[in-house]
Design a protein around this ligand. Structure first.
Ligand code: DAH
Length: 384
């Protein structure tokens, strides 16, 4: 390429007439247009910058050079032509650069937007969604049945006082019923901070706490706080000092039930239990009440249902008896009302306490209790 004409004077270039000057400007303009056309959004920002500087830079841009080298030293008679041509060129260069700048900016904005766009047609990232644990599912199923007949759900503390866990349920200190419920005693916070009223804490064995062995303490806590009628179910964890085997663990789940009102009879109790059994095991299931003993109910019963596997004809699951034991229950012992200042002359009710793990194992044919808590997905996946 020949040396840049803008760094030489017109005299050096040999342009001495207005025509030649105009032709020289036309040549520069063509060169500018050619270079400008090469700049598009695809060129990088640095190249664009140096192109702009090469033409409009104050120190040695082409326009400055033309002013310095062509206009200033031009002979008088050529000056107007050079001046006019330079102004035209300047206007052209500036307008073109401005237009290009807008073009490039818009294009790069578009490109950025395209980069950020989410392609909705791509397959998504699939994360395995967990399912409700079989125990949770059983809880929900059991609670649904009681909610459907007007019970409401309450929950209570797992750390209890012996007063609520035993005494107020008519299980005094040396009562043999405590034996099979022996539990974990723990050191608790000082009296008054166990989550119950200060007066109730005082009645508790001084400073002693235990992990509740059943959900029955919530019978007492509820009746202490609430005037009759009471119709509650209490889901929760309970603890016992049992040796772990295929049907025992140190922790399991229960649902307690309590209904107290002015005119609740044994018929209401039986009707409720039968409704529950049919809902849980199917319309064909029959119910049987067997005499039993619990200190907080009188009379007490074990609720049995016809075996869900053989329908009552006898099989391995029901040990050929045709019946399966479901849970303990009974009419609330009037002695219990004395602990919560309910009038035993006016009130009556029934209560029940069911082992959720037991019911789940029975219904779904699970033979090993530990499987429920080992979190082995091969087991859990069977209960989607
Ligand atoms: N609390 C008893 C237990 O854990 C179960 C029970 C039996 C609860 C009879 C009751 C009931 O409310 O009436 O062994």
């Amino acid at each position: 390429m020949t040396a840049d004409p803008t760094t030489q004077t017109l005299a050096q270039l040999g342009d001495a007439t207005p025509e030649k000057v105009a032709a020289r400007f036309a040549e520069v303009r063509a060169r500018f247009d050619e270079q400008a056309a090469e700049h598009s959004a695809k060129k990088d920002a640095e190249e664009w910058k140096s192109f702009v500087v090469a033409w409009t830079g104050r120190k040695s841009g082409a326009l400055t050079n033309i002013g310095d080298n062509w206009l200033k030293p031009a002979p008088k008679e050529l000056k107007p032509t050079v001046g006019q041509e330079l102004n035209k060129l300047k206007a052209h260069v500036e307008a073109t650069l401005e237009e290009k700048r807008k073009e490039i900016e818009a294009a790069s904005e578009e490109a950025a937007a395209a980069r950020d766009q989410v392609d909705l047609s791509l397959p998504g990232v699939e994360r395995a969604i967990g399912t409700r644990h079989i125990i949770r599912q059983t809880f929900d199923e059991l609670l649904r049945i009681f909610l459907s007949i007007g019970f409401s759900v309450v929950e209570g503390p797992e750390i209890e006082t012996p007063y609520y866990n035993f005494e107020a349920l008519n299980i005094p200190e040396h009562h043999p019923a405590r034996d099979n419920m022996d539990t974990f005693y723990i050191e608790g916070p000082p009296d008054g901070r166990a989550g119950s009223s200060a007066a109730a804490d005082k009645r508790a064995t001084a400073g002693k706490y235990l992990l509740r062995t059943h959900t029955s303490p919530m019978q007492i806590r509820t009746m202490e706080k609430q005037a009759p009628p009471v119709r509650i179910v209490v889901p929760g964890k309970v603890y016992r000092r049992d040796n772990p085997d295929s049907t025992h663990g140190y922790m399991f789940h229960q649902i307690e039930g309590l209904a107290v009102d002015t005119d609740i009879t044994f018929c209401d109790f039986k009707g409720t239990v039968e409704y529950f059994v049919r809902e849980f095991l199917g319309p064909k299931a029959k119910t049987r009440l067997r005499p039993s003993y619990f200190p907080f109910t009188e009379p007490s019963a074990e609720v049995d249902a016809t075996c869900h596997v053989c329908g009552g004809t006898g099989c391995r699951v029901c040990k050929f008896s045709g019946w399966i034991e479901l849970f303990g229950a009974g009419m609330v012992n009037p002695a219990v009302y004395g602990f919560v200042k309910y009038d035993p002359e006016k009130l009556s009710g029934f209560a029940f306490g069911m082992g959720v793990d037991r019911l789940a194992m029975m219904k779904y044919g699970i033979t090993e209790l530990p499987l429920l808590f080992q979190n082995d997905v091969r087991f859990l996946r069977q209960f989607p």
